[in-house]
Design a protein around this ligand. Sequence first.
Ligand code: G6P
Length: 487
Amino acid sequence: MTNAKNPYNRLLIVANRLPFSAKQTAEGTELIQSAGGLVSAVLSMAEQMGQSASDQTPKIHWIGYADASVRELGATALENDNFVAHPVYMDDTTYKEYYEGFCNDLIWPLFHYFPSFASFQDSYFERYQQANGLFLEKVREIARPGDLIWIHDFQLMLLPDLVRQAIPDALIGYFFHIPFPTYEIVKLLPRTWRQALVNGLLGANVIGFHTADYVQHFLQSVTEVLSLPILGHRIVLPDRSVIAGDFPISVDFNKFNMGARTSAVLDTRNRFRDELRTPKIIFSVDRLDYAKGITYRLQGYERFLVQNPEWHNKITFVMTVVPSRDQIPHYQEIKREIEETVGRLNGLFGTIGWRPIVYSYMSLSFTELLALYTACDVALITPIRDGMNLVCKEFIATRSDDQGVLILSEFAGAAQELNDALLINPTDTQEVADAIQQAVSMPAAEQAERMQVMRRHIQNHNVFRWSHQFLTVLDENTTLKTSIETD
Ligand code: G6P
């Protein structure tokens, strides 16, 4: 099954979410492929491995949780042009305590430096272990010798070691998509939990993070929690070693660059600009999350409006929040807080003919997203913490006019790569207000200078490079490739 381009049998992705959801229509079942970063990244990786539908080679196998739409079908496997999906079934209580509980009520807030939002409940950890065990069962059922098993994100930290114990020769990659915090934060986890999590990750051959800081933090935890020897980026185990490396994820530059020039996007962009009417537009789009810094962002905009009354009636902030995790109380609270703040500011500054903030709580189509990236003058991206943040990279990739200013939090992983953005501390609302002022007054030549540098960077450091570098390091840290080639 191997070929020169692809030394592995198959690519087997394991992530909490499947790459598509199912929809029942009069014609039958429609599989709606997710437009998320991971799906695009994996498709690009498969292309690189010579494993795409167009090559007539096997599709990507993907193990993920069976959401309600998939459960309704009761299928054991679902297939579209790119993927064969293998759903993991779980009862509602297990899923709730694993996903809403351990993942999103503990690890997410803790690893985004919101320890006071974290809830430590024994049952959460028990269900997390159970859920990771159910993913293992599916891996055992699906994996074949020679597969590259690529596990994703904080929902599955125990899985690499579970797979290693079950299939000692497995080739396992793991990618951590959220920030890995300093040991002071990890230490807040009960001793046995933090040991299990760090040990769980070490089942992989290579563990990827977005930034060099996250790698250092992880290595610090390995030292503190397991006292293992470390040589550079290599963690030395008795029988093998594990590499921890930084691989900043990115976007498919051409998809955004070319997509933004289609007539559908241009028409929508022009319609938006006509409807909004103000000479300047600020845009932001985020999943609903307290880590995105949306309330501070609004307060920064409020300061800007107070201090720069000449901009009243001349600027609109289009703020889109994409629904997410809204069953979890902290998410419901932040939604309420955002909506109250938007209402207060529109009430305070707005007039009959001018709304300073155009807020919507919804998902955007790809066309609308590109239209807003290209319609705006300023992208205001101010997370309190963000593993990477792909919104800013998408924005840059669409701006072939070399115009537009990026205001970016220094706490987004992407800030490590984008020095030509206006980097701000998101909780410093005066700094945010000043950055907005600087952005809306920036001469076209300076915008072009900054944008060109950032576009060159994203064009080169695109998602293909990300997957290529991850695969290269994985190849270097395993003997499997060599053994397959000599078969
Ligand atoms: C972040 C996480 C992903 C997660 C996504 C959406 O990007 O790193 O693992 O899938 O958010 O969150 P959700 O809870 O809806 O899957």
